[in-house]
Design a protein around this ligand. Structure first.
Ligand SMILES: [Zn+2]
Ligand SMILES: [Zn+2]
Length: 102
């Protein structure tokens, strides 16, 4: 189950569970759409993987208690801003390789 982390790791903008701007890597490192392309070049600073839109967990109990009321979003902020210069170096090769080939 995804933690649904509350903010972008880089710019600390709020990413509530219904946000359409939340992006995650396979480890659920969480960033906003505004940071993923221009700042990160679609390369996660923690694992090098690509990002996809984070799915929205239903806010209502449509079936079997599988909803935010039972499984709420995390409130634990992870704010680990990247150094843009260091990240540009890290991402220089990665951004030339599509995520499915990394
Ligand atoms: Zn951001
Ligand atoms: Zn990652």
């Amino acid at each position: 189950m995804l933690e649904l982390r509350p903010t972008c790791e880089h710019c600390d903008t709020l990413l509530p569970p219904d946000s359409l701007a939340a992006r995650i890597c396979s480890y659920e490192c969480t960033f906003c759409a505004t940071c993923v392309d221009p700042v990160l070049s679609n390369a996660c600073p923690n694992c090098g993987g690509g990002f996809v839109p984070r799915p929205i967990r239903p806010s209502q109990n449509w079936k079997g208690d599988n909803y935010l009321g039972k499984d709420p979003a995390s409130t634990r902020v992870k704010h680990r801003p990247v150094d843009p210069v260091a990240h540009a170096q890290f991402a220089a090769t990665l951004k030339t390789i599509v995520p499915e080939k990394r």
